[in-house]
Design a protein around this ligand. Structure first.
Ligand code: NAD
Length: 542
């Protein structure tokens, strides 16, 4: 067998295509969108490389047109989950033993497939099933997923190169072993890239995975399954199971070979999972790795010196793109009294320039639908509460309509209470709450931001005063895992801004970084002595 220290192709960020009128990518994605829209998908689970259809199905519909049927997917029974565990463990030996360059090649090929022949498919599926505009689909489903795959290959090679020193007569080596058992990946609805990355990053490091996508992302999850298959991922390395999250999770977390969880979703669900892992700790062969990126209540704070137009743009983009359904979306804003009116007038003007929320197939729409009826009802409830509440005033938006799709107008709530419910609770929709502070209260406002929320995911300060920027950076040190200066708090790019938060926002293992990949390996140190001692006596005994 030939050997070598292989250099992986250097990773660079996938260029974002424009989808401008007349561009070939626009034509391709709309053609695919129409084809998916007209079809009736029947999505099986993939277990040990087999397509599993249980006949127990659930309907899929676009959030922006919930009366239209896109198809159905098949739900797992307990025995399907057990089969997924068995298939993963069966695949483990060969996959874990495969030289790393072959694992790298599978995922590099997957990245190239998404960049090329699958680009229109993964974007169109994400537009339809998750109601993303083409731009939001492109930066997520195509570009971010490609970046995760390519950068992670580079990070993996970097990890393997990390070796200890050796001294005279001995050679120290570290092997980065996959975890002993299987990994459970649970993914959210809002990013196709996260859905692909959570199972893939663990599998790349030699692990086998049972993956449960969100019920609301299965249409685009199936494109990921197809890509990995075409890229040559062996059967059983990543298995999908759909449906009842509690039954699936209980089955997986009570198995002795459970060795780690890679979760992204809400804080409440992650805490419940952590608790279950604790309750079952005596069952496992190894201490499981627990990695979870969860909710946020992300802030923008403007200093009196900040440019009002820049603050307004940070709010408009940071709060409303993807209908505010980014974990990083700005949802509480602190404005100084001296510039608040100018900033809010501009935000209102921006909102007035959006068209009414509509379908992503109409590319003039900036705002589309929220993901499902549960989310719609929750948001409508908070809007109604604000309408009735003396401490709150709706200064823009406030309308909603679910007759065709789950449409919520971008809404700005102004409150006189910095602890008003929508300043503290994660809403996960196009609703932002603003609190106006006295300019002289800048120091106290920073303290208020630090104390207001249990979360610490993202946050932004806007200022032209360097001392104020330095002060905010220090005062808000523990408020955000990703902190932005003079920018909106969203839009992290793999390889540039590794992403994750602390406090109730997650374990901060930074998706899209070597730090995350390190959670999926268990290093083994090998010390080899060339000439072994033959007498137990040390010189001091003499
Ligand atoms: P969710 O918590 O409702 O669902 C996430 C996943 O958990 C889904 O696959 C779901 O089926 C599963 N799930 C639900 N209940 C479960 C249970 N009882 N046991 C086990 N699994 C269960 O979240 P969502 O609505 O899909 O996504 C939105 C949430 O995700 C928001 O809170 C958002 O902030 C968070 N999020 C965080 C990040 C991050 O990087 N920090 C990124 C994206 C989304």
């Amino acid at each position: 067998m030939g050997n070598g220290f292989f250099q992986v192709p250097p990773a660079t960020n996938e260029p974002v295509k424009s989808y401008a009128p007349g561009s070939p990518e626009r034509e391709a994605v709309l053609k695919q969108y129409k084809a998916y829209y007209a079809g009736t998908a029947d999505i099986p689970m993939t277990i040990g490389g087999r397509e599993v259809r249980t006949g127990n199905t659930r309907r899929m519909a676009p959030p922006h047109e919930h009366g239209h049927t896109l198809g159905q997917y098949h739900l797992a029974g307990k025995k399907d989950v057990e089969a997924a565990i068995a298939s993963s463990l069966q695949a483990r030996q060969a996959w874990a033993a495969l030289p790393w360059e072959h694992r790298a090649a599978v995922f590099l090929k997957a990245a190239d497939l998404i960049a090329g022949p699958y680009r229109a498919r993964i974007n169109a599926a994400t537009m339809l099933a998750q109601s993303k505009t083409v731009h939001q689909a492109e930066i997520d489903a195509a570009c971010e997923l490609i970046d995760f795959l390519r950068y992670n290959v580079e990070f993996m090679a970097g990890i393997y190169r990390e070796q200890p020193e050796s001294s005279d007569g001995i050679w120290n080596r570290v092997e980065y072993r996959p975890l002993e058992g299987f990994i459970y990946a649970i993914t959210p609805f809002n990013f196709t890239a996260i859905a692909g990355n959570l199972p893939a990053s663990a599998a790349m490091m030699g692990n086998v995975v049972v993956w449960k996508p969100s019920d609301h992302q299965i249409f685009s999850a199936q494109v990921i399954v197809e890509v990995f298959k075409e890229a040559g991922l062996p059967d059983g390395v990543i298995n999908t199971v759909f449906g009842d999250p509690v039954m699936i999770t209980d089955t997986l977390l009570t198995h002795p070979d459970f060795s780690g969880i890679h979760f992204t979703g809400s804080t409440e669900v992650f805490k419940a999972i952590w608790k279950k892992i604790g309750e079952n700790i005596g069952t496992y062969k190894t201490y499981p790795r627990i990695v979870g990126e969860t909710g946020g209540k992300d802030f923008i704070v403007a200093h009196p010196s900040a440019d009002p137009q820049q603050v307004a743009t940070a709010i408009t983009r940071g709060a409303f793109e993807l209908q505010g359904q980014k974990c990083s979306a700005a949802s509480r804003v602190y404005l100084p009294k001296s510039t608040a009116n100018t900033i809010l007038e501009r935000v209102k003007k921006d909102i007035a320039s959006f068209r009414k929320p509509g379908s992503p197939a109409d590319m003039g729409n900036f705002i589309t639908a929220v993901i499902h009826e549960g989310s719609f009802d929750k948001l409508a409830g908070f809007i109604d509460r604000a309408k009735a509440d003396k401490k709150a005033q709706i200064i823009a938006g406030g309308h909603y309509d679910k007759s065709v799709g789950y449409f919520i107008e971008p809404t700005v709530i102004l409150t006189t209470d910095p602890h008003y419910v929508t300043m503290e609770t994660e809403l996960f929709g196009p609703v932002v709450t603003v609190y106006i502070y006295e300019d002289a209260q800048w120091d106290a406002t920073l303290e208020l931001i630090d104390k207001t929320s249990e979360y610490a995911l993202t946050g932004a300060v806007l200022s032209t005063d360097r001392y104020a920027i330095d002060q905010a950076t220090r005062a808000l040190e523990n408020c955000a895992g990703n902190f932005y200066i003079n920018d909106k708090p969203t839009g992290a790019v793999v390889g540039q801004q590794p992403f994750g938060g602390a406090r109730a926002s997650g374990t901060n293992d930074k998706a899209g970084s070597a730090q995350n990949l390190l959670r999926w390996v268990s290093p083994r140190l090998i010390k080899e002595t060339f000439v072994s001692p033959t007498d137990y006596r040390y010189p001091f005994l003499g």
